[in-house]
Design a protein around this ligand. Structure first.
Ligand SMILES: [Fe+2]
Length: 180
């Protein structure tokens, strides 16, 4: 039986890149070579910029470097989590952005954020079809419980028709939501 201790991903093993996939919408991708897995985060630079996911804790600082290539961290108005897991949430403790409000699903709020001692309680929770306007971009939250995780939601950016879901495409295809 292995003994497990707190470990960090080795930053030498991670390649993080940023690319603008549409006007002001960026994908921050962290490839962890050891696992052969890419962790994707999204930054929407708008009047009130939003970062969707921080990545796991060992990846966070490199993600932050890429975010700061686009905006000063203090401009972040929102940090959103589409579900509560370490690979989406793990960098949260390291995020130094005093003005950023936490955004999550109502299920994340009820099942997780209000039930842990060391998790920030102040947040905004969204339910199915509710929207958040960050300026010229309009994010519609779509509840998808038990898709990837029991509190999962996806985000549909209505002005560019981008689905920001962060789950494997095979799952999307099985749900037949790819034509949204
Ligand atoms: Fe996840």
């Amino acid at each position: 039986m292995p003994e497990i201790s707190r470990t960090f991903l080795d930053p030498k093993d991670i390649d993080v890149s940023i690319s603008e996939i549409n006007d002001g919408i960026y994908r921050v991708a962290g490839l962890v070579n050891t696992f052969g897995i890419t962790y994707n985060q999204f930054l929407i630079d708008d009047e009130r910029p939003i970062l969707i996911h921080t990545g796991p804790m060992g990846l966070y600082k490199k993600i932050e470097e890429k975010v700061k290539e686009v905006i000063p961290l203090q401009r972040l108005a929102y940090v959103a989590f589409l579900h509560f897991e370490s690979d989406e949430w793990g960098g949260m403790k390291f995020l130094e952005s005093a003005n950023a409000k936490l955004v999550c699903s109502d299920l994340s709020s009820k099942l997780n954020l209000t039930g842990w001692y060391d998790v920030p309680v102040d947040h905004i929770s969204f339910w199915d079809n509710e929207t958040l306007k960050t300026g010229r971009r309009h994010l519609r939250f779509i509840m998808t419980p038990h898709v990837h995780h029991w509190d999962s939601m996806m985000v549909f950016e209505e002005t560019t028709n981008h689905m920001l879901c962060l789950i494997p495409i095979e799952v999307l295809e099985s749900l037949q939501v790819k034509n949204l």
